[in-house]
Design a protein around this ligand. Structure first.
Ligand code: PMV
Length: 327
């Protein structure tokens, strides 16, 4: 099965632009139980399920048809055909194209100092905008599957709140849904940007290298299967301590597979390690603060509002936000 077959299965062949423009909004998500490796590279079917939390930073995208060529406008700037962003967007649009081009105008409201990637919210917002343009009325499950074939973690950005992306055994089974829980209003997420340097290796390549060469990869997958079930319980219970420790442990296990790949990927800078030690020190002093780190050097902190002052004093550059629970 190819990506094109997934699209055809979901939206058929008889769609066409039903209005002048389509609009879509999607939020950034941070994984607490990580996605790190695919069983099926073409369809982005992951080895394990993952869990994320939505942040209040979003991508808003408007899509219109264009008779002449594709045009990609990011944050009010027309991108060149050769930019990576244009190439990735055009490649994804090819799956939905029928003798037409598109103009995509997309805006991110991520604070520039946040160091957050917008690819997941970007693909999710584009899928929602296409659904609107073609008036397809797809379900969230279908939107999540379409976002998944654009970029794995985008499957989760179709929703807000706490989200599980079920690995599934086939394309139809591999989608994200919102975990049924009350909004967790005093939960806080702190972003610590330690570098703005671009990653040396894309997470797409890096996760595959971990999966095929790390001796710890199978242990990682087994661990995730257990973590998912425990994590859902801690989320439903709003149990900061258990959720925080588990998210931290899961992140370290993911990095262990990257560090031990035959092409070692050590994402942490000396500054990252310093923050890790600072957080562990705070934990030893009895503070409920935890960290998670994606495929980069920046650190994401988890704590509740009661600790916001301590966190700001300790990490003056931290950007603190609540989680996003509304669409
Ligand atoms: O969806 P991708 O290819 O950007 O990979 C995301 C990988 C991590 O951010 C490290 C983990 C995750 O689950 O988001």
């Amino acid at each position: 099965m190819l990506k094109q077959d997934v699209v055809r299965d979901i939206i058929g062949d008889s769609y066409t632009a039903r209005k002048e423009q389509g609009a879509g909004t999607a939020y950034v998500n941070i994984a607490l139980c990580k996605y790190w490796g695919k069983v099926n590279q073409e369809l982005h079917l992951p080895y394990n399920s993952s869990i994320s939390i939505a942040l209040p930073y979003k991508t808003h995208t408007i899509v219109t048809t264009n008779p002449d060529r594709d045009a990609i406008i990011l944050n009010d700037e027309v991108l060149s055909e050769n930019s990576e962003f244009t190439k990735r967007t055009v490649e994804f649009l090819n799956l939905f194209r029928k003798n037409t081009y598109f103009t995509i105008a997309t805006k991110n409201d991520l604070p520039t100092a946040s160091g957050l990637a917008s690819s997941a919210s970007g693909i999710a917002a584009l899928v929602i905008a296409l659904n609107d343009l073609f008036n397809l009325r797809l379900s969230k499950r279908e939107l999540s599957i379409l976002a998944r074939i654009g970029s794995g973690s985008a499957a989760r950005s179709i929703h807000t709140g706490f989200v599980e992306w079920k690995s599934g055994k086939s394309s139809n089974e591999s989608y994200a849904y919102r975990i049924n829980t009350k909004p967790w209003n005093n939960l806080r997420i702190g972003l610590l940007v330690l570098t703005h340097a671009a990653k040396k290796l894309s997470s797409r390549q890096a996760m595959q290298s971990s999966a095929t060469t790390s001796p710890y990869y199978s242990a990682w997958v087994e661990k995730c299967q257990k973590d998912i079930e425990h994590m859902k319980q801690h989320i439903v219970n709003h149990d900061m301590q258990s959720l925080g420790y588990l998210a931290q442990e899961n992140c370290l296990a993911m990095h262990a597979t990257a560090i031990t790949a035959s092409n070692p990927m050590i994402y942490w800078s000396p500054k990252t390690l310093r923050v890790i030690h600072q957080v562990l020190d705070l934990q030893r002093k009895g503070h409920e603060i935890y960290f998670t780190i994606d495929a980069g050097a920046n650190v994401i902190l988890l704590f509740t509002d009661a600790l916001s002052k301590v966190v700001s004093n300790y990490f003056p550059d931290v950007v603190i936000s609540k989680a996003q629970f509304d669409d």
